[in-house]
Design a binder for this molecule. Structure first.
Ligand SMILES: [Zn+2]
Length: 179
């Protein structure tokens, strides 16, 4: 079915003038490749399991699943006592891991689930990649400062700097998945 062009539709244009609505507004069609459904957003809060192909690296190196920034854990919670950190960025560790284990299962979430086996510490390499609050472990004279940034890291503060949702489709379309 072909829809008429409503911008040329005189009745609507008169109505728009009467309402004083000068802006046409922005509207995006729902695209399941880019946009999370309400159910998916809820699932992300609890953590979802997926592979590298579903993950995008933003221009600022933060991680995205569809139109949401995410945290990442390399193993399914409860199965890997070797994973003491969670990731926020496509850091050196993740880049290596992606090369060495392309079939790796990833756990993504938008928060640290309470009472779960998610690691409680943020990955220092991620802070380095983002230079979060000036974090730079390579600068010896800066070390105490960087240690403090790591110790005092706060996820809420992080998401104030890097808003979780929604990420603009235009940006997402320009990015490749990391897989
Ligand atoms: Zn990391």
């Amino acid at each position: 079915m072909e829809l008429p062009d409503f911008l040329e539709f005189a009745e609507f244009n008169r109505l728009r003038e009467r309402m004083g609505a000068e802006q046409l507004g922005a509207f995006e069609f729902f695209d399941p490749r880019l946009h999370l459904t309400a159910d998916e957003r809820m699932a992300l809060e609890a953590g979802i399991e997926t592979g590298w192909a579903a993950l995008r690296c933003m221009h600022d190196y933060t991680l995205a699943y569809k139109n949401s920034r995410v945290l990442l854990e390399l193993q399914v919670p409860g199965t890997d006592p070797q994973a003491p950190v969670y990731h926020l960025a496509y850091c050196r560790i993740l880049q290596n891991r992606r090369r060495e284990h392309p079939q790796q299962n990833l756990m993504l979430g938008t928060r640290q689930p309470q009472a779960s086996a998610w690691p409680k510490r943020v990955c220092p390499d991620c802070l380095q990649q983002l230079q979060f609050q000036g974090y730079d472990a390579a600068r010896t004279r800066h070390r105490h400062y960087s240690e403090r940034v790591l110790e005092e890291f706060d996820l809420i503060e992080f998401f104030q700097r890097y808003p979780i949702y929604p990420l603009p489709s235009k940006v997402l379309l320009a990015l490749d998945s990391v897989g």
